[in-house]
Design a protein around this ligand. Structure first.
Ligand code: C2E
Ligand code: MG
Ligand code: MG
Length: 659
């Protein structure tokens, strides 16, 4: 009964279990108080009825005492209930309440003892028996009802039974049997109270321990849950972020886009694909550690530029993506952002006391205008940045459908190119380089031609670039060399002095054992090495591969093969490099010939001067008219090439077409 109700003070946070048990015991004692008072009043009224008949004069005083005391105890109960219900109290202090309860309890017992005293002096036997029965019943009931209070209950029983026994013996010794019975009862009731209190205390303690255990388990559970949650979010962070820069990775970016961009929203969002320029060189030349540092610094700078409502993510390698949220003025903002990002990238980076420079190419696409699918829109921005790279880097472009078509064409052509070599779709054209003084063809430049079965004639600039991109240039170059050298043996029977000029891409030159392969093809085709000219652009002088190219060119020269710098003046060749490399001559680019009336003349004159000083031969390309021919001749240029002197043709012109 007690344990079921032992949930008083539901809002208390007891500091220790002992205090909590004490609180519950006090609450239990008070819970039983109204019932106890009810029984008391009923017994009082019963006794009053009997004594009234006996005409006991103290009866009103006694009754008044009982009612006043009961009233006070009821008030006490009432205030205790309020005290218990008050949630703001941190911890219940029950000592005072127990004292009040005890005072009321013991006073009630004393009042009953007083009644025994009166009854055994003045009343009839019936009244005496009734009082004895009531006292015994009250003491019996008290073993359970006052069990929560260890001492108060036992004193109550003692007052009721022991005091009564003594008083009976004192005022009416002829009833000594009652006194003896009272003593026996007292001992029995005290033992019963003690047992009841013990059981109650034990069950409350166990209940508290259980509660504590459950609390601990709940706490442990909550702690475990928190840890699982923390782990889950840590794993999520790792999965969604790039470890090097701390920026969101692809997953993180797509996640953000899924949350922020909705195709049904009429406003636009910009996708800026950021691709670093010259990062590979830094990585190759200075190592990955420096490369990583560069990426971290660049990521930091980009992040500074990135607006709060946009996301900056690392897409992979040296590629980043900035996506803005949907807004009205997206295009203006995107273009400003692109400029700011380029500026942020080109500012020098100081790493290990070295000042390094990277650039930035930016491809922009707009969602949902250019595509509504996230992968597609990123792809569109990626295609655009590839276009920026091709058109000179360090700039930004906005997506155009043509880029996708171009890319598709490139992809198709790239795949078709390897078959083209195998299926003999490639042919060769020969363009003469003429001695302007004698009108004799000195050299035939070999130029590749590709006639695709469905796409028609493909511009050499396009397929040579593709071959370089896809590394098929090595196989193509070997084929050109083999074919032209084997055919050239025939013409050399007519003109033994005629030479062959073959274009060689820097990728071929850097390929494994290039010079060895050239020599073996020359041997196979029995073509004399000193009749072969290899044309390489100024990319030959690129810092990243200087050592390799220098060795290869030196080896080729040692066999007698000549090496010319093609399209001279369009790239970057320092005079010292020109001096270091054992090249034979330069071919001045046709763009200068086309501008002979303007600064082209000055450039050709300067190039000639340099070539003379360095002992290099000079060929001028792109001679399209008699006027150009005459002007160049007056300048002292002997070797010329151009449509005026002969167009590229599948059948080589041994004589110049110039009239
Ligand atoms: P290039 O080596 O500078 O070749 C000369 C290019 O200029 C040729 O274009 C030729 O047709 C063109 N040309 C010659 N005279 C004139 C002229 O008077 N006016 C004008 N406007 N153009 C003239 P083509 O055949 O389209 O070749 C373009 C480039 O493709 C070549 O430039 C060369 O770099 C490359 N290429 C061609 N075939 C091969 C090859 O087999 N291997 C390699 N690696 N590159 C090749
Ligand atoms: Mg050439
Ligand atoms: Mg050229």
């Amino acid at each position: 009964m007690f344990t079921q109700k032992a949930q008083a003070f539901p809002n208390r946070r007891a500091t220790d279990q002992h205090t909590l048990v004490e609180m519950q015991l006090a609450a239990l004692a008070y819970q039983n108080l109204p019932a106890m008072l009810g029984v008391n009043i009923a017994a009082t009224l019963g006794v009053a009825f009997l004594l009234y008949a006996d005409g006991v004069s103290y009866l009103p005083v006694w009754l008044a005492l009982v009612f006043v005391l009961s009233g006070l105890r009821l008030l006490c109960w009432f205030f205790f209930q309020r005290y218990c219900a008050n949630e703001s109290r941190e911890q219940a202090k029950v000592g005072g309440w127990v004292l009040l309860y005890t005072l009321g309890l013991h006073s009630a017992a004393l009042i009953w003892v007083a009644m025994v005293f009166i009854t055994f002096q003045l009343a009839t036997s019936e009244a005496k028996f009734t009082v004895i029965v009531i006292i015994s019943a009250l003491a019996g009931g008290a073993t359970g009802i006052t069990a929560p209070l260890k001492y108060a209950g036992r004193i109550y029983i003692t007052i009721l039974l022991l005091f009564t026994s003594v008083i009976i013996y004192w005022v009416a010794s002829e009833h000594w049997v009652f006194s003896v019975l009272g003593l026996v009862f007292w001992v029995a009731m005290i033992i019963s109270h003690r047992n009841n209190h013990y059981v109650l205390l034990k069950s409350l303690t166990l209940q508290m321990e259980n509660k504590q255990l459950i609390n601990n388990l709940q706490h442990l559970n909550a702690e475990l849950e928190l840890r699982v949650q923390q782990r889950t979010s840590a794993l999520e962070r790792i999965a969604h972020n790039d470890a090097l820069t701390g920026l969101p990775n692809r997953l993180g970016l797509i996640d953000w886009m899924e949350k922020k961009l909705h195709a049904d929203n009429p406003q636009e969002a910009a996708i800026l694909f950021l691709d670093l320029d010259r990062f590979k060189q830094i990585n190759d030349a200075l190592g990955h550690e420096v490369g990583d540092q560069v990426l971290r610094m660049i990521a930091y700078r980009f992040n500074e530029v990135c607006p709060d409502d946009a996301i900056l993510a690392r897409w992979g390698g040296d590629e980043f993506l900035l996506v803005t949220a949907q807004a009205d003025n997206t295009r203006e903002r995107a273009e400003t952002l692109a400029r700011q990002l380029i500026d942020a990238a080109i500012a020098p980076l100081c790493i290990r006391d070295e000042s390094l420079g990277v650039g930035l190419s930016v491809g922009m696409a707009y969602f949902p205008t250019d595509a509504i699918n996230f992968q597609d829109i990123i792809h569109a921005a990626d295609l655009t940045v590839a276009e920026v790279k091709r058109s000179g880097r360090g700039n930004s472009l906005i997506y155009n459908d043509i880029y996708a078509e171009t890319q598709k064409r490139r992809f198709d052509l790239g795949r078709a190119l390897s078959d083209a070599i195998k299926q003999n779709e490639l042919t060769l054209a020969y363009q003469p380089i003429v001695n302007a003084l004698t009108n004799e063809v000195e050299t035939l430049e070999v130029l590749s031609r590709w006639h695709h079965p469905s796409l028609g004639v493909i511009d050499p600039c396009e397929f040579i670039y593709l071959a370089e991109e896809t590394d098929r240039i090595v196989a193509l170059g070997d084929w050109v060399l083999y074919q032209s050298c084997s055919k050239a043996r025939e013409w050399r029977r007519q003109d033994s002095a005629i030479k062959l000029a073959i274009n060689v891409s820097i990728k071929q030159l850097l390929a494994q054992n290039f010079s060895g392969r050239v020599i073996s093809i020359l041997q196979e085709t029995a073509f004399p090495p000193d009749a072969l000219i290899l044309e390489v652009t100024e990319s030959l002088f690129g810092e990243a591969h200087l050592d390799t190219t220098l060795v290869t060119v030196t080896q080729l020269r040692s066999f007698g093969v000549e090496v010319y710098i093609d399209d001279f003046g369009t790239g970057y060749s320092s005079l010292s490099r020109l001096h270091e490399f054992p090249v034979t001559g330069i071919k001045i680019d046709r763009s200068f010939t086309a501008q002979l009336d303007k600064q082209g003349l000055v450039i050709i004159e300067s190039a000639m001067l340099i070539a003379q000083k360095m002992g290099l031969k000079v060929v001028v390309e792109g001679v399209e008219s008699a006027a150009q021919f005459d002007k160049l001749l007056k300048l002292g240029i002997v070797s010329m090439q151009g449509y005026y002197l002969g167009r590229p043709s599948p059948v080589p012109a041994i004589r110049s077409s110039k009239q």
